[in-house]
Ligand binder design. Sequence first.
Ligand code: G4P
Length: 528
Amino acid sequence: MNRNHRKEVDRRRTFGIISHPDAGKTTLTEKLLLFGGAIQMAGAVKARKAARHATSDWMAMEQERGISVTSSVMKFNYRDYEINLLDTPGHQDFSEDTYRVLTAVDSALMVIDSAKGVETQTQKLMEVCRMRNTPIMTFINKLDREGREPLDLLADIEETLQVECAPLSWPIGMGKRFRGTYNLYRKQLCLFTAGQETRPQDLVVIEDLDDPRVDELLGSQGDQLREDIALLEGAANPFEPAEYLKGNQTPVFFGSAINNFGVQEMLDAFVEQAPPPRPAATTTREVSPYEEDFSGFVFKIQANMDPAHRDRIAFFRVCSGTFHRGMKVRHHRIGKDVNIANATIFMAQDRTNVEEAYPGDIIGIHNHGTIKIGDTFTDKEPLKFTGIPNFAPEHFRRVRLKNPLKSKQLEKGLLQLAEEGAVQLFRPLFNTDYILGAVGVLQFDVIMARLKTEYGVDAIYEGVEYATARWVECDDRKLLDDFEKKNQVNLARDAEGKLAYLASSEWRLGHTMEQWPGIVFHKTREHN
Ligand code: G4P
C-alpha cells in the first residue's frame, strides 16, 4: 500500500467533545485551536457561542451560517498531527445531531466542571460513546475555583459512567490555593499563576518528588502533593493504553481552560495516545482506513434556511482511500454515480487549496435533498456503513395544520424532513396523527420554520403525553401480533415503517418491557 496514504491516516485524530453546558467546552475548544494556530477559527467559536446564548431562535442563529458550517468541523495541526474536532452542539441546539456526530469520531474528550462532577448531558453522550467503545480522555476543568475533591470526582466518573479512571495529572490545591498540577505522564511539575497563561518557565521537570525544589516551589503543599501521589500509586489505576483504546479506561487531566492551564499537557497526551482513524463496520465487512479504495458515510445534514437556496450540506466522513475534488463516486442508496465537485473540504489554517481528504477527514457535500443520513459513497465496491442510527427521541409534539387543505404538503414535508434526519416522524397505529419526536426541543422550531419556508405549510404544535420511545422487534410473529393488539394506543410506525413503542414515562416503558420479555426494545434504529 501507498506509504504516503498510511502516513496521512496515522497522523489524523478525529474527535468530539462531550460535556454538559457550561463545563468549558467552548473555552477549551478555543485554546486547542490556538495551539494549532487557528486564530480566526478560535474567534468564530466564541462568537458562535455568544450567538447561541443570545437567542434560541434557530433562524437567527443560522443567519450566521458561515460560522455555523465552518465551525461544525474545526481542523488544525498540532506537532505532526492533523486534528479534526467535530462540534457537538450542546446548549439549546442539543439534538440528535449531537449524538450522530459521535458516530463519526474516533475518540472523544470529556470535559467536567470540577465543582459539578458528572452531569446529565455528559451521561447521555457517554452512552452513545459506549455503543461504539469510543476511547475517552477526560479534562477536569475550573481548578482555579473551589470544586469537589479530586478523588471524589474520579469516584463520581467511575460510578456514574462506569469507566475506570487513570489520572495522568494531579492537581495541587484548588481555588485560591491552586498551585498547578503534577503531570504523571511526563513527570513534570506545572506551576499555575493566576490570571496568566502557562509559560515554558512554569514547567519544572521533576524526576523525583523528593527533590527539594518541590518544597521551594510549593512550600507546605509539596508534602501534600507527595502524600497524594503516594496514595494514588496505591489506589488509582495505572494508565493502560490498550484499556483506553477499548473504551474501558479514561485518562484524566486536571486544569483550567480559561487560564489555558493543563490544556497543552492534555493535548500532548491526546495526540500521542488517541487512536488514528479506526476501521468502520459495514453490512458486509469491516473497512480499514488503510484501504486504497475510497469510501465513507454521511452523518449529519445541515439545511440552508435561505428560501432562495434549498441546498443542504451533507457532512461526510472519509473512511478509506483518498478523496479528490471532482471525483466520481457511487451513491449506493439511490444507485447513481455522482461527481463531487462542489465539496467543502475543511482545511487546516496553514494550507491553501486543499484538494484531497483522507480517512478521518470530513467533507461537506452540497446537494438539494438527495442525500440522507447514513448514505454511503464509494468509488468501487458497493458498501453500506452501519452504526449511524436514529436515536430514541426524548421530546414529542403533535402537529396540527392551520389550513386543512395543506395536508398533502404537510405529509410530504414531514416525510422528507424525517428522511433527512431533521426530526423523527411517528404515525400512531390507532389514529392519523402526526407525532414528531426529537432529542432536543430546538429541533421542533427548526421543523416548523422549514415547513413554512420550504413547503409553504403553516402548522402548530400540541403537547403529547409521550416521554420516551423504543423500536420494537420480535421474531415470533404471533407474540408480536399479541403485543400490538394489547398495546395499540402506544404503538406507532416511524417514517421508514418501523414499529415503535411510545411511552409516557421511563417507568411505564420499564414496566412494559418487564411484561413482554419476548419483545426486543431498541434505543436506536439503523437506517434502511
Ligand atoms: P460550554 O461551552 O461548555 O458551555 O462552556 P464555556 O466554555 O462557555 O464556559 C462556561 C463558563 O465557564 C464561561 O463563563 C467560561 O468563562 C467559564 N470557564 C471556562 N473555563 C473556566 C475555568 O477554567 N475556570 C473558570 N473559573 N471559569 C471557566 P461565563 O461567565 O458563562 O462566560 P464568559 O462571559 O466568561 O464568556
